[in-house]
Design a protein around this ligand. Structure first.
Ligand code: F6R
Length: 609
């Protein structure tokens, strides 16, 4: 989604702003721009559609210099992704410039009210309306005008605003769209994502909804949009710069696939107890008695996180024997869900900012449920607003296609399941094998990752196909969904995931020699059944790629290609069986010439409904 960076300090701002935008490229965008107040005291805006290079070419031809400014990468919502609609937008006097993430829901009404006062608009964007509204309230102090305008806004915003009439100052504000303030040495930043400023500082302040910050090179001040002062803690980011760099890999996605063994170590570190075969989790904010009082679990998530939630459902039902439901966050919030104080809601979100997931969590809390968050981004809105939860500790995930966050979510869910299951009376033996299984996952993942050349070879045989079916049963059904999602989002190949036995209820009609079918058929309780599904595909000349358990020689006679994963307990199989599928999607996408890290139309964190 859109990205924001702002800088004020003694240095030349252009390179800092463009550098920050580069770090935000991964979030997905279709145009970019900067607004800088030059040494002559004049506000200048440069913006263009397309990739950042277009903006860099523009500022090379028509430079802008000055030591305070704001910048933006836009992912179009209101109006086409063209130069005119790109941010920053200015007010009617062209003295105020704004960059904005989010959607202003009452922008039509505001536009009409401003038109009645004589304003004319050049763009179709909601952001231009906001810039004019700020201009309308201008009385010499930028934060006053911004606060007055934002009080009239319905919807979501993360904004950064500057004016050449109030020099050296940046006003930032947020509601439903993230904004952090970077505190440097005699210089200050605002950004929608810490990745944009990590190179300069690891000291940050997270704004809450309806809060604003006013920064100058001399310091910062925080208040609400109702102009009530608030004091904020400065927090330290533990992510390192190397984590937001490619580190020798061709793409972030590949780097993140290979980081997974370390991520799993981080997700389970300090959380497993070999003495009592149980888990220790800080941060749930629920006593054992309170946890046990919950009679059912509802997971809320979107996309890949929803797939992880499905695995969580299977785990909790198997080990804790309590009912679990998995809901698409977007559906949940507009139904009339049955939720009460005995429902434990678990919200899964890598970014912690997904608009649908956040809204669904708030709705569940409003109905009396306790909500736990399983997030990656520390300090994200879901992490802060949840009643408790667990971080997955995957480190920054830059590739738009989620890989390491998925496996870290699954590992974290396994830890949580163990904790809850022991409270529900799970015996020592299954608890012990879960712990042993989890501890072995990193080394087993390394082994699978070593088969990357073989996966790349298989990709070369299949990359020209435009369709693909993914089939799995039990714990491997969500893996089939995840494998299909990975392929379609980065290589634009149409892919579907199905429970293998469902194939004969419809998708079997698609099977012929042009339909590769990926079977995730590791040796588990559904193994014999899935072999018959493979026979059914074979009988119709379908081409089969199998993900099977090491040592399974029977599978070779059923499949055209076999990728092996080491054996583990059923509940942990997804942690291994998804790896070959991630690598396969990656190589297919590369062979098809796709932009792996920034697939078309997609955004890393979906902060609009
Ligand atoms: C797929 C992907 C998306 C996200 C989804 C939820 O690779 O990345 O499907 O999983 O947008 O995002 P979070 O987990 O940030 O809430």
């Amino acid at each position: 989604m859109c990205g924001i960076v702002g800088y004020t300090g003694p240095r030349e701002s252009l390179d800092i702003l463009i550098g920050g935008l580069e770090r935000l490229e991964y979030r997905g965008y279709d145009s970019a721009g900067v607004a800088i107040v030059g040494e002559d005291g004049r506000l200048r805006v440069r913006k263009d559609q397309g990739k950042l290079q277009a903006l860099k070419d523009l500022v090379a031809k028509d430079p802008v210099n000055g030591n305070f400014g704001i910048a933006h990468t836009r992912w179009a919502t209101h109006g086409a992704p063209n130069q005119v609609n790109a941010h920053p937008h200015t007010d009617q006097t062209e003295h105020i410039a704004i960059v904005h993430n989010g959607i202003i829901e009452n922008c039509d009404a505001l536009r009409e009210a401003l038109r009645a006062k004589g304003h004319t608009f050049d763009t179709e964007t909601d952001t231009e309306v906001l810039s004019h509204l700020i201009g309308e309230y201008w009385d010499g102090t930028l934060e006053k005008a911004v606060a007055a305008a934002l009080r009239l806004v319905e919807g979501a915003f993360g904004v950064a605003v500057i004016s050449d009439l109030d020099p050296g100052k940046i006003v930032g504000a947020r509601k439903g769209s993230p904004l952090v303030v970077g505190v440097g040495d005699g210089e200050y930043f605002v950004a929608s994502d810490v990745a944009a400023i990590l190179q300069h500082t690891n000291q940050v302040i997270y704004l809450a909804d309806d809060e604003m910050v006013v920064i100058t090179r001399r310091g910062f001040r925080t208040q609400t949009i109702h102009e009530i002062p608030v004091s904020k803690e400065i927090e330290e980011i533990t992510w390192e710069l190397s984590q937001v760099e490619k580190g020798g890999y061709d793409h972030f996605m590949l780097k993140e696939i290979f980081e997974q063994p370390r991520c799993i170590q981080n997700a389970i570190r300090g959380r497993l107890d070999d003495d009592g075969w149980k888990a220790h989790i800080g941060g749930l904010n629920l006593t054992d008695e309170e946890l046990l009082r919950h009679e059912r679990v509802v997971f809320l998530a979107c996309g890949t996180s929803w797939h992880a939630a499905m695995i969580g459902e299977y785990m909790i039902e198997e080990y804790c024997r309590i009912p679990v439901e998995v809901e698409y966050a977007s559906e949940f919030r507009y139904r009339n869900p049955v939720i009460d104080s005995k429902t434990l809601v678990i919200v899964i979100s890598q970014s912690g900012e997904t608009a649908d997931t956040l809204a669904a969590m708030r709705e569940a809390q409003r109905r009396g449920a306790t909500a736990l968050g399983i997030c990656n981004v520390v300090g994200s809105t879901i992490a802060r607003e949840a009643d408790g939860g667990m971080y997955i500790h995957a480190g920054p995930e830059i590739g738009v296609a989620s890989t390491k966050a998925f496996t870290s979510q699954v590992a974290t869910l396994a830890v949580f399941t163990l904790h809850l299951a022991r409270l529900h009376g799970l015996s020592d033996e299954p608890a012990r094998s879960l712990i042993h299984g989890l501890r072995r996952i990193p080394e087993q993942m390394e082994k699978i990752l070593a088969s990357e050349p073989k996966v790349a070879d298989i990709a070369r045989h299949y990359y020209h196909h435009d369709n693909c079916l993914y089939l799995g049963r039990g714990y491997n059904f969500p893996v089939a969904l995840e494998g299909a999602l990975k392929l379609k989002e980065i290589s634009y190949v149409h892919a579907e995931g199905y429970p293998a036995a469902e194939m004969k209820h419809g998708p079997i009609a698609l099977i012929d020699e042009n339909m590769p079918v990926v079977f995730i058929c590791t040796k588990d309780s559904a193994y014999d059944k899935i072999k018959s599904n493979m026979q059914e595909v074979r009988a119709r000349q379908g081409r089969i790629i199998a993900v099977a358990t090491e040592g399974d020689t029977q599978i070779q006679s059923l499949a055209d290609e076999v990728l092996y994963v080491p054996p583990t307990v059923d509940a942990l199989v997804p942690l291994l069986s998804v790896l070959p599928l991630q690598m396969l999607s990656y190589h297919v996408a590369v062979l098809r010439g796709c932009n792996v890290d920034q697939p078309r139309n997609l955004a890393k964190s979906v902060t609009v409904e």
